[in-house]
Design a protein around this ligand. Structure first.
Ligand SMILES: [Fe+2]
Length: 317
């Protein structure tokens, strides 16, 4: 059997009610608008992965989920045409597989989410990681190379993962297992972190079991170049008036740094950085979900301040 080398989501497609606000939000988040018109457009990371916005009533969109969620399609990028074919062969055993003019296929998963699969259109990235100096280790930054750069490019690098609210996490996990996704870690009674075979990222999909009326997208996130880029991008975003929802902090499962914001897309939107990589030698961990298991630490954003000035907001003299 062909290995189903699914890499991760190439794009998420949303049908929104306030296209102008959602477009501005994604631009302020740091994505680059491509072919944006009055009917929507693409908002791309550096490697071409993207959020696609359309109007809610756009007839070209797959059906809505029947909840408040605005997610209409998760479009996966896969390594090669053989993987697209292998997925089609597997899924046409028990459901309709639509072949679209662009060569991709479209199906519904067992929870009713519309999925697409295409040979990935990601552009290869060749960028340095955030470099740090630590006593006892070789310097990652040479003498006279400074670590703080106000002009650092904060465009997110690549679409990292999407999180679904699903009514039956076990059934949903069984569907994705058919496509070669494996569980890297699990919150008991909540859902699995899933890694497809074409990436080593800790997860490209996480699921949270909820009542059916909540079915949809809880959040999506893009990878930044490191914790500092995450902090800079999040600070810039908060400074534009967007509301921090959770973070900044660092997760335990996946070890990724996180910072979540509220959005007009009907879901939260996250920045993440420095996620663990895994291969088939990894044994999944399991823990009850709760404050301790969800993060190593959690910080709270404050406006900038300096000694000698007025006290920081919320602090008495
Ligand atoms: Fe996340």
């Amino acid at each position: 059997m062909t290995t189903m080398n699914i890499i991760g989501p190439d794009a998420l497609v949303f049908g929104v009610d306030d296209l102008a606000a959602c477009s501005q939000y994604l631009i302020d988040y740091g994505l680059q608008p491509v072919d944006v018109t009055a009917t929507g457009g693409r908002f791309e990371a550096l490697d071409g992965t993207a959020i696609v916005l359309r109007r809610q009533d756009d007839a070209s969109l797959p059906p809505a989920l029947g909840t408040a969620s605005m997610l209409r399609k998760t479009l996966y990028g896969v390594a090669d045409a053989a993987t697209v074919q292998a997925i089609a062969l597997e899924l046409q055993r028990d459901r309709e597989v639509r072949r679209l003019p662009d060569g991709s296929i479209e199906v519904e998963d067992d929870m009713g989410f519309t999925l697409g699969f295409q040979v990935t259109q990601r552009r290869a990235l060749h960028l340095p990681a955030e470099a740090i100096n630590a006593p006892g280790a070789p310097a990652q930054r040479a003498p006279n190379v400074v670590g703080v750069d106000d002009a650092q490019d904060l465009t997110p690098r690549t679409l990292s993962h999407v999180v679904y609210f699903v009514p039956d996490a076990a059934k949903a996990e069984a569907f994705y297992a058919r496509l070669g996704f494996s569980c890297t870690d699990r919150f008991t009674g909540v859902g699995p972190f899933l890694r497809p075979a074409g990436t080593q990222d800790h997860h490209t999909l996480f699921m949270i079991e909820t009542p059916p009326f909540m079915k949809g997208c809880e959040h999506f996130t893009f990878h930044m170049g490191g914790p500092t880029a995450l902090m800079q991008a999040g600070s810039r975003f908060a400074g534009k008036g967007y509301q921090s929802f959770w973070g900044p902090g660092r997760h335990r499962f996946g070890s990724n740094w996180f910072w979540y914001f509220n959005s007009p897309l009907g879901c939260h939107v996250e920045y993440d950085a420095d996620m663990d990589l895994h291969d088939d030698a990894w044994t999944a961990r399991e823990a009850p979900m709760g404050a301790d298991a969800s993060q190593l630490f959690l910080l709270q954003h404050r406006e900038k301040w300096a000694p000698g000035g007025p006290p920081p907001p919320g602090k008495a003299l």
